[in-house]
Design a protein around this ligand. Structure first.
Ligand code: RB5
Length: 155
């Protein structure tokens, strides 16, 4: 199961990606289809996509005009590691090293081949090892915000 959502700028791209993945036999849950109209705010879309990604414990795709705003919003949500990718190398590396669970795309950008980015993101496994240590540090930073204990005190 892949979760997908977009603001108003990304509706067409979202539909293309859903068709592409469905043709490959991959189930996609569009969590923003009820809002397919102008004026959707990307922080709301980010929140809906990320809550569903956490609930289903799966990967997600979040789309806005540049991918930047929605990635900023996604990364505010505990447990989410969202990455804007504009080529397949970025998509591969953010899965392999960062265990990114949300791919952010910019519908107003010119991609050579957006499907290659999606494929690379969905088909690359997290490498673990030393990368897990680094992710644990990110989680520690995240938790320090809740605990009121500054991360720097523990370095
Ligand atoms: C909406 O106009 C636009 O600001 C949004 O889609 C996104 O690109 C923000 O980063």
């Amino acid at each position: 199961m892949i979760i997908i959502g977009s603001d108003h700028t990304g509706i067409e791209l979202k539909k293309k990606i859903i068709s592409y993945l469905n043709e490959k036999g991959i189930a996609v849950k569009d969590v923003t289809n009820f809002k397919d109209q102008s004026g959707d705010d990307y922080p709301d879309i980010a929140y809906i996509v990320c809550c569903n990604v956490k609930k289903e414990n799966c990967l997600g795709i979040a789309i806005c005009g540049t991918g930047i705003g929605i990635s900023i919003a996604c990364n505010k949500i505990n447990g989410i590691r969202a990455a804007v990718c504009t080529d397949k190398y970025m998509a591969k590396m953010t899965r392999q090293d960062n265990d990114a669970n949300v791919l952010c795309l910019g519908a107003r950008l010119n991609f050579a081949n957006v499907f290659e980015i999606v494929d690379e993101f969905l088909n690359t496994e997290f490498a673990g090892g030393r990368h897990q240590r680094r992710l644990d540090k990110i989680t520690k930073i995240e938790n320090s915000q809740k605990d009121g204990v500054e991360y720097g005190d523990s370095i």
